[in-house]
Design a protein around this ligand. Structure first.
Ligand code: ADP
Ligand code: MG
Length: 391
């Protein structure tokens, strides 16, 4: 009897080299990648044991780097490129966008002048995707046969197409784009429970998104979305930096202020796990003062912004024609929801304990990896997923 080895197109010919299907959370502030291994999702780490990769792309004369940029050399640094993708100049001007270099528009496409070359947001985004693909390739030691990439529920056709174009440029085959809130609901396995109305509250670094989903027999309908594209953890950092500057009577130049801003991020994060944190200003080259910041201080500082997010959430609920008590679950997504005060405020405002046991930094990538696994045909679970968005 002759055995024929048949391999599907796109799948590896080499029987020893496994094919992997990855899930990518392409974030405004951070991006990450996850994969299903032995039926559980795993977030992949790079050689430095990092799993959250700042969505920052640095161009130098002869090289391109993805990640935090610590050097002060001649370079052009793109942050939050997700805000540019699939948009023309007219759209961007409405949003008071920031560009690190000169730019122009050709055939409705924004192009940045980077060392005599013209580079598009799609190309810059493809560098982030390439980085994630390389990390996956190295840690899994296999072929990356396909991926699911998440996008905000409010992304329009042009933004979705541009994301796919960036993936193609990076050499990734996109099985599907998935809405970020839907990915979060999948990560919690809500599609297989008798749960139908879900609110996804996503507070990241620079953006706040809230969505109401209706899960019904494998059809995920986004009933309504809303948010604020310039509200997030960066604002908390600025408010805390202002507070410390005043409290310590500091009069900082631009460089020291930037150092304080970066230091304050650490303080903010440790305030998520501690009741108080004492300042160590000598860490950023300033004279130390005997001052500590308490969780209570921080809560007061961010109170107005947190209330603003709750009001927006209520309006989005209203747009979906739902009452608070009709929501079955609330899911917390985004690094900023690790601030305990935010969780508390959501719980008391909606009178329901939100789901937060999956790390809110990872939950979207995890959902994407589950979906990628299902679409690859290698999973036992069948999830006919129709991800419907409102016009
Ligand atoms: P995005 O989806 O926009 O890429 P993320 O979900 O990665 O953003 O969130 C990044 C934000 O989360 C940053 O403002 C960061 O400071 C904040 N953050 C991360 N960890 C914590 C923490 N432990 N406590 C409070 N904020 C945090
Ligand atoms: Mg995000």
């Amino acid at each position: 009897m002759a055995l024929l080895q048949i391999s599907e197109p796109g799948k590896s010919q080499d029987p020893h080299k496994k094919s992997y299907y990855i899930g990518i959370d392409l974030g405004t502030t951070n991006s990450l990648v996850a994969v299903m291994q032995n039926s559980s999702p795993v977030v992949l780490k790079d050689e430095f044991n990092k799993e959250l990769f700042p969505s920052i792309v640095t161009y130098r004369e002869n090289s391109i780097e993805v990640g935090e940029n610590k050097s002060n050399d001649e370079s052009i640094v793109f942050r939050s490129i997700k805000r540019f993708i699939g948009k023309n100049l007219e759209d961007l001007k409405k949003e008071h966008f920031y560009s690190p270099c000169d730019y122009l528009e050709e055939n409705n496409i924004v192009k940045f002048k980077v060392f005599e070359k013209l580079i598009t947001p799609i190309e810059i985004t493809s560098e982030i995707l390439k980085h994630l693909k390389n990390i996956s390739h190295e840690t899994l030691a296999g072929e990356i046969a396909g991926c699911v990439i998440t996008v905000p529920a409010y992304f329009d056709d042009a933004q979705r197409q541009a994301t796919k174009d960036a993936a193609a440029l990076s050499g990734l085959k996109v099985l599907r784009l998935l809405n970020e809130p839907t990915a979060a609901a999948i990560a919690y396995g809500l599609q297989s429970k008798k749960i139908s109305k879900v609110m996804v509250y996503d507070l990241g670094g620079g953006t706040f998104d809230v969505s109401i989903l209706d899960l019904n027999d494998g059809i995920f309908k986004v009933l309504s979305t809303g948010g604020d594209s310039s509200l997030g953890g960066d604002d908390f950092d600025n408010i805390l930096a202002d507070h410390i500057e005043k409290l310590c009577n500091l009069n900082l130049n631009e460089e020291s202020r930037h150092k304080l801003y970066l230091y304050v991020k650490e303080i903010k994060k440790s305030l998520s796990d501690n009741n108080a944190v004492s300042l160590n200003l000598s860490k950023i080259g300033l004279k130390n003062k005997d001052i500590s910041i308490t969780q209570k201080d921080f809560n007061l500082l961010i109170n107005d912004l947190v209330k603003k997010t709750l009001k927006i959430s209520k309006n989005v609920l209203h747009d979906a024609k739902l009452e608070i008590d009709e929501i079955d679950e609330i899911i917390l997504v985004g690094g900023s929801t690790r601030t305990p005060y935010i969780k508390q405020m959501i719980e008391s405002y909606f009178n329901k304990e939100p789901l937060s046991n999956i790390n809110p930094d990872n939950v979207v990538a995890i959902g994407a990896s589950i979906q990628a696994d299902i679409l690859s045909g290698e999973s036992d679970e069948e999830l006919l997923l129709l991800d419907v968005i409102p016009l």
